[in-house]
Design a protein around this ligand. Structure first.
Ligand SMILES: [Zn+2]
Length: 125
């Protein structure tokens, strides 16, 4: 084992060197002993389940971004060319979270100011 290329004597974290090739990187991970980095009274891995915003929550495909005009407040407000996510596999679609949040805030604000209730319409470009 070549000790000079093993930069793993760090506390708490593993520093990875710059790899010159996949073979070099594979050798690094093969040689790495994580025991020294693992706290005695803790778990090494913690997984948090988070939805990836670029993935279809139904089939897991990578969503494609399209552009739409988003009509809000019964067509009184239109957001032009907002991103809109479409699944190429199962064709489900949705607004990105940030756009959905913005649309909701506009609807809530408008509902306070105007008589009609919320009404979100979407038109594909
Ligand atoms: Zn899908």
């Amino acid at each position: 084992m070549n000790k000079t290329r093993n930069p793993t004597k760090l506390q708490g974290s593993i520093r990875t060197p710059k790899f010159s090739s996949y073979k070099d990187e594979a050798r690094f991970w093969d040689d790495l002993d994580t025991a020294a980095h693992m706290p005695d009274d803790d778990e090494w891995f913690r997984f948090e389940v988070t939805a990836r915003s670029d993935r279809c929550e139904y089939c897991g495909s990578s969503m494609q971004t399209r552009s739409i005009d988003l009509h809000l407040v019964g067509h009184r407000v239109t957001l032009h060319r907002v991103p809109f996510l479409v699944c190429p596999t199962c064709h489900r679609n949705r607004l990105p979270e940030t756009v959905e949040q913005l649309a909701r805030e506009i609807e809530v604000s408008a509902a306070k100011a105007l008589t009609p209730g919320p009404n979100v319409g979407e038109v594909m470009r």
